[in-house]
Design a binder for this molecule. Structure first.
Ligand SMILES: NC(=O)c1ccc[n+]([C@@H]2O[C@H](COP(=O)([O-])OP(=O)(O)OC[C@H]3O[C@@H](n4cnc5c(N)ncnc54)[C@H](OP(=O)(O)O)[C@@H]3O)[C@@H](O)[C@H]2O)c1
Length: 313
């Protein structure tokens, strides 16, 4: 079954940029730099062809080193890998976008990027401090710039040819509509938390209607409570179809038409997560209709403050 099943190689067409995006993506929000490097290399060797990072994760340098090491071995070429990074909240002012983009590209040791995302719709006070706060600990926002101002600066990066596609992250449906109405270059990807506890059907259906790929992060629930990997609906299907709970969740995400991001620093799990194959349509429906819990694990959408990155990093 696994040898002939092609689900893990699914690519979704993009409305601009590199043509299509691998559905199964590997995220590098991994706290330890050595583990980031080892995991990125292991992910590429296991078969992942999309690597996601961000200025704010502080992992671009290690991701760049790991990719170069793999490219030097000759089996995988730069053009085979879809690389994504993100503009941080403190760089939303249009004049800060290109320098931030170029700094990311330099750390990644690349001369073009497949996808550049605005990490969150919240502009923070510009400067070197990625987490600017007042004396009471309240976030210092930047009221002088709109999401559309920043989007226009990303459009210019596409015009210059070093960035193939652009998109949004941690946005609401209303924010996506606002950008789509005004954009000269439409968002290719909308990257949000999504899994069976947060299916985001309205956003997914809107994205599908407008040719935008919805990319789901925390596809396995980020090892947070309540444990999605231990949900009785998921574990029952896993037993029935002889796959692991993680493989069931990842197959569900692809089969309902999203791209996804998963992450692991554990080599065995990285391989397991790439060895995804099709589950029966009845199992997809059992998850869609049978799981009623609703949980958002990452509160980044409320304030722009990362939910999975400890303060001070
Ligand atoms: N834009 C944003 O605001 C945003 C926010 C969050 C994440 N992201 C992106 O999305 C990526 C994925 O998100 P995520 O880290 O929350 O993904 P996730 O895959 O839902 O969660 C990762 C956690 O699951 C564990 N895990 C992975 N595979 C497993 C398996 N087969 N069995 C059991 N446990 C397993 C990992 O443990 P081990 O590492 O110990 O193996 C890790 O603790 C991030 O790396 C990042 O690139 C973006």
């Amino acid at each position: 079954m696994l040898a002939t099943d092609k689900l893990r190689y699914t690519k979704i067409p993009l409305n601009n940029g590199s043509g299509s995006i691998p559905a199964l993506g590997f995220g590098t929000l991994i706290p330890d730099p050595i583990a980031t490097r080892t995991a990125t290399k292991a992910a590429l060797e296991a078969g992942f062809r999309l690597i996601d990072t961000a200025e704010r994760y502080g992992t671009e340098k290690e991701v760049g080193e790991a990719m170069q090491e793999v490219f030097r071995n000759g089996k995988i070429k730069r053009e085979d890998v879809f690389v994504v990074t993100k503009l941080w909240n403190t760089n939303h002012r249009p004049e800060r976008v290109k320098p931030a983009f170029e700094a990311s590209l330099k750390k990644l040791q690349l001369d073009f990027l497949d996808l550049y995302l605005i990490h969150t719709p919240f502009a923070f006070q510009p400067g070197d401090d990625q987490d600017p706060r007042d004396t009471n600990g309240a976030v210092l926002y930047d009221k002088a710039v709109t999401l559309l101002d920043t989007w226009r600066a990303l459009e210019s990066l596409v015009d210059e040819g070093k960035c193939k596609a652009i998109g949004l992250s941690d946005v609401s449906l209303e924010q996506v509509k606002g950008i789509l109405d005004a954009a000269r270059i439409r968002p290719a990807v909308v990257h949000v938390e999504s899994h069976p506890y947060l299916p985001e059907w309205d956003l997914l259906n809107y994205c599908k209607r407008h040719g935008i790929v919805m990319q789901a992060f925390a596809a396995l629930g980020h090892s947070s409570e309540p444990r999605l990997l231990e949900d009785p609906v998921i574990t029952a299907i896993a037993r029935r179809v002889d796959k692991t709970p993680a493989q069931v969740l990842l197959a569900w995400a692809i089969q309902r038409g999203t791209a996804l991001l998963t992450s692991s620093k554990t080599p065995g799990r990285i391989k397991e997560n790439f060895e995804v194959s099709t589950i029966p349509e009845s199992a997809v429906l059992d998850i869609t209709d049978g799981i009623k819990s609703r949980v958002r694990f990452n509160a980044v959408v409320e304030t722009g403050v990362p939910g999975f990155i400890p303060r001070g990093r």
